[in-house]
Design a protein around this ligand. Structure first.
Ligand SMILES: Cc1cc2nc3c(=O)[nH]c(=O)nc-3n(C[C@H](O)[C@H](O)[C@H](O)COP(=O)(O)OP(=O)(O)OC[C@H]3O[C@@H](n4cnc5c(N)ncnc54)[C@H](O)[C@@H]3O)c2cc1C
Length: 381
């Protein structure tokens, strides 16, 4: 399904049949929509290419009861506050509705069902390929998300086929989990929330590989993000000492291992180190024989489809606040791209606005006539 594609098609020069845009944004999640908002304000000719058939694809793939750890006050994109009481914590479907409404309200040119399978640089432009044809653009923003490819550790292969296994991105609700012992592997926010939810009707075990720093959701009647925002910590950059220290420390918001054990009866284990047919073994020698294993073990990024040399040997994007060394190629929404807020609903706008200014400056420079000296030289040759 494809929705608004902003302007009538213009074809690129030459005999190659490509749609031409000033800017292509790859990915129509919150990061893609936030930059779209600023590009629309500039009146730029752009299209947002989105792989999925509907808005808010990443949120639709998360479990149904997911409740934001950011209150509504801190969950809005530029130009539109998240609706309802600003102090409440919205749930997954409200985020889906908000992002859907956002794209429509600002008439953002999102083309759905357009998974970009390659980006390359040809002459001074980028060629962006989708299964429905290619686009050519002067500038490209990659906003394909901080959480892309579900990661499951190799030990999963050691479990018998009759044990149901899924990644947290495939988990939706307790009704889908068969009776019997459930083992959730992964001690981040996702693992804690899923373990707690399932503990209502199952015997649940949670394996915590590395302990994350627990932070209360509310302190003295105020939300954690109120403190992070008003102290300026949420905007500390990776160039600062505090920012670097925060970046190296994963946090568990609103959950504590002891609370999960005492209040919800979840049995806690250290890191899962092996699987042997019917059982999973932990670092301390303990074992569990689960009927279901849910891997809340995170995601990896995959930018292998981008054929532009902006990656280090480990495949990480080399950039400065999303700006790469390849002129006109940008990234947006990466975890800790600039600050803790870079991959959060309420703060992605800061980086989006920064990149929109860069895009505007590059477009303005390209629109300038060539400098006189060069023009003269061309005339005499
Ligand atoms: C469980 C969980 C809970 C979270 N809770 C909160 C919270 O409470 N508050 C908060 O602020 N943040 C939260 N986040 C973090 C963050 O807000 C989300 O991860 C958010 O989805 C990131 O937005 P994004 O636009 O950068 O990426 P995504 O939402 O992942 O969007 C990327 C889009 O790009 C598309 N795409 C990918 N590859 C291609 C391609 N090759 N071509 C075209 N399109 C492509 C995808 O289909 C997707 O729609 C949470 C994250 C997780 C995982």
């Amino acid at each position: 399904m494809s929705r608004t594609v902003a302007r009538p098609e213009r074809r690129a020069h030459g005999d190659v049949d490509r749609r031409r845009r000033d800017v292509i944004v790859v990915g129509g999640g919150q990061a893609g929509l936030a930059i779209g908002y600023f590009l629309a304000q500039q009146g730029r000719d752009f299209t947002i290419l989105e792989a999925a058939a509907a808005p808010a694809a990443a949120w639709r793939e998360r479990w149904e009861s997911l409740t934001l750890f950011t209150p509504a006050r801190y969950s809005g994109l530029p130009g539109l506050a998240f609706p309802g009481d600003p102090a409440r914590y919205p749930v997954r479907d409200e985020v889906v509705a908000y992002l859907t409404d956002y794209a429509e309200r600002f008439a953002l040119p999102v083309a759905f069902g357009r998974r970009v399978r390659a980006i390359s640089r040809v002459d001074d432009a980028y060629v962006v390929e989708t299964p429905h044809g290619a686009y050519e653009a002067d500038q490209v923003v990659v906003a394909t998300g901080p959480f892309q490819v579900p990661f499951v550790p190799p030990i999963a292969a050691g479990l018998n086929g009759d044990i149901v296994q899924c990644h947290s991105s495939d988990y939706r609700a307790p009704r889908d989990v068969a009776p019997g012992v459930v083992l959730v592997i992964g001690g981040g926010n996702t693992g804690f929330q899923i373990a707690q939810e399932l503990a209502g009707a199952h015997e649940v075990h949670l394996s915590i590989g590395s302990r994350q720093t627990p932070l209360p959701q509310r302190i003295l009647g105020r939300d954690l993000f109120w403190y992070l925002d008003s102290t300026g910590l949420i905007r500390k950059t990776t160039a600062s000492r505090v920012g670097r220290r925060m970046q190296g420390r994963d946090t568990l918001i609103g959950s504590r291992p002891r609370m999960l054990r005492r209040r919800h009866g979840v049995r806690l284990h250290p890191r899962a180190v092996g699987a042997d047919g019917a059982t999973v073994q932990f670092e301390d020698g303990g074992r569990v024989a689960p009927a279901t294993v849910i891997w809340a073990t995170g995601f990896r990024t995959d930018h292998s489809w981008i054929d532009v040399p902006v990656f280090d040997d480990a495949g990480r994007v080399v950039h400065e606040r999303g700006v790469t060394a390849s002129p006109g190629l940008y990234f947006l929404g990466l975890s800790w791209m600039h600050t803790r807020g870079s991959a959060l609903l309420g703060w992605v706008k800061d980086d989006a606005e920064h990149l929109a200014e860069k895009i505007s400056a590059v477009a303005a420079a390209a629109a300038q006539p060539p400098p006189p000296a060069r023009a003269q030289a061309q005339e005499t040759t």
